[in-house]
Design a protein around this ligand. Structure first.
Ligand code: 5AD
Ligand code: SF4
Length: 523
């Protein structure tokens, strides 16, 4: 059967989609790039903001039209939106055949098979539903040990063709989140924090490296809360199993005497030392609290761990941070950033910010602007607050900042971030940086006569000059700064894909650095 799979949202969803694709391919399903050619259409959805949900819903609506016109399609809604909307989605959108939450994706092949068999008259049920529901917040280690989702991670296809960029891969270390920021739907859709056993993670990194990955990004909602206590969660066969997180109180204490645990810092060091073929080890997302000196020390001592932190501030106002339940003040956030740069002077910092959170005054917003001016953020993803059903904020606070004000604040903050990015980028001019190339970019050349433009005499077109283009290889530094290098041809740009070179930075803008290749692939 031919399957079309589209992914909305975050890196966690991209990884989930890669795993779903691998598991269905191993069962003989064939993936197509064009939904018109598919028999099974799957949308892996995101619920973090309403806009992402609307996009997915409009796709669901289009499939509904095709089904009403008589096409025999199987439509599956996967991921956070399936979990959040639950059976309401089936009631409102009868064209949906399958609902599968992010914690149940290992059951997807069975769900598709059930729908196929019911269509063939072998079974009565015609729709398949796998949602965690309230089971997702069970806190026993048993629930984590039973977690069939681990088998999906473990059954990963290591074939480099499984990824769009074979040299780069995601590896999950933690699922779910225990933080309950008041605006966020993730703790409800992805459930309680569950940590994967370190041996599974290291082995996955090793196999990815064997298959050609040189960059691995470890994924978790709050990666620095990773802590795996050994000897407590075992599978039936005696191997270590995923484990519900020990909770914030325990994370904030040193590992008790007599307990054997792997902390986030130790996990980083294990991967760094045991899989040296990974030239770049990254991680997202960091929680700005509980980021201990052990992690910074490990980053300082291990040259293949990228000195890049995505640590969202979310707001520059203490009052707003408190309403968001972020658990830190602006001063604490700044102290965290100062500590990072003390240990790692060449680090880069990025984050997320929400504007227009309920009750955000002009003064609160000004405090956020001031934070973005003061701290060396290389970039911030800026979002307008979007009230999400099921969260604390939607019940507790009126969405009282008008959309027009949110929009203005968003644009104003983007402009300020542009100035900060330009300043951070300018600091790199003259330095030599390692760049892992991942894009080929064509630019119409302004300096060559009229590229692709019809020549006209007296208004009548008399011919057209061929489009002349210049080519760039574009990549990223370990600190995730974008670097563009001019090359002579498309082939030359392509030849750099997946390779690392030392580049001398010659100039900078708010968006990127430009430079010259100093030496070919460094080893
Ligand atoms: N509205 C706007 N932005 C949100 N985010 C999470 N929930 C919401 C929401 N309800 C943003 C946060 C988070 C990022 C992934 O998405 O900034 O860090
Ligand atoms: Fe959402 Fe906060 Fe958890 Fe991030 S830390 S996933 S923003 S609840």
């Amino acid at each position: 059967m031919r399957v079309y799979l589209e992914t909305f949202g975050c890196q966690m969803n991209e990884l989930d989609s890669e795993l779903v694709r691998g598991s269905l391919q191993s069962l003989g399903y064939q993936f197509v790039d064009d939904d018109a050619a598919a028999q099974v259409i799957l949308y892996n959805t995101c619920s973090v903001r309403e806009l992402a949900e609307q996009k997915a819903l409009s796709r669901v609506g289009m499939v509904g039209v095709r089904k009403r016109e008589g096409e025999e399609l199987i439509l599956g809604v996967l991921g956070c939106m399936a979990e959040r909307d639950g059976l309401d989605m089936l009631r409102r959108h009868p064209q949906v055949d399958i609902l599968c939450g992010p914690g149940e994706l290992d059951r997807l092949p069975q769900l598709i098979d059930n729908v196929r068999r019911s269509r063939a008259g072998e079974r009565a049920e015609s729709r398949g539903v796998a949602l965690a529901g309230n089971k997702s917040r069970r806190t026993s280690t048993l629930a984590a040990a039973e977690d069939g989702l681990e088998s999906l991670d473990l059954s990963r296809a290591f074939d480099p063709s499984a990824r769009e960029q074979p040299w780069s891969a995601y590896v999950r270390i933690t699922r779910g989140c225990n933080k309950f920021c008041t605006y966020c739907v993730v703790p409800y859709t992805r459930g309680a924090e569950v940590h994967r056993p370190p041996d599974h993670i290291v082995e996955e990194c090793r196999r990815l490296a064997d298959a050609g990955a040189i960059e691995v990004t470890l994924l978790g909602q709050t990666v620095n809360h990773y802590r795996y206590v050994h000897g407590t969660a075992l599978t039936v066969g005696g191997a270590e199993a995923p484990q519900v997180g020990p909770g914030l109180k325990a994370i904030r204490q040193p590992v008790p005497a007599g307990q054997r645990a792997t902390t986030f810092a130790q996990l980083l060091r294990r991967i760094h030392d045991e899989v040296p073929a990974i030239r770049r080890l990254r991680f997202v997302t960091s929680y700005p609290h509980d980021f201990g000196p052990d992690v910074l020390e490990t980053m300082r001592d291990c040259p293949r761990i990228c000195r890049y932190l995505h640590a969202p501030a979310q707001s520059g106002s203490d009052a707003v941070l408190a309403r968001m339940n972020r658990g830190y003040t602006v001063a604490e956030y700044e102290a965290f950033v100062a500590r990072v740069f003390e240990w790692l002077p060449d680090a880069t910092l990025a984050g997320d910010i929400i504007v227009g959170f309920p009750g955000e005054t002009d003064a609160d917003f000004e405090a956020t602007c001031s934070l973005v001016r003061r701290l060396p953020f290389k970039n911030n993803f800026i979002f307008k607050y979007s009230p999400r059903p099921g969260t604390v904020a939607i019940d507790r606070f009126a969405d009282d900042v008008p959309d027009e004000v949110k929009r203005l604040r968003n644009n104003q903050l983007l402009a300020i971030q542009g100035e900060t990015s330009a300043r951070v980028h300018t600091g790199w001019v003259g330095k030599c940086v390692d760049v892992l190339f991942d894009q080929v970019r064509a630019r119409d050349r302004a300096d060559v006569a009229p590229a692709g433009v019809s020549l006209r005499i007296g208004g009548a077109p008399i011919g057209s000059a061929p489009v002349e283009r210049s080519w760039q290889a574009v990549g990223r530094t370990p600190g995730d700064l974008i670097v563009a290098v001019d090359v002579e041809s498309e082939e030359a740009a392509r030849a750099w894909l997946g390779r690392i070179a030392a580049v001398r930075v010659t100039d900078a803008s708010s968006l990127l650095l430009r430079g010259l290749i100093e030496s070919a692939a460094v080893s």
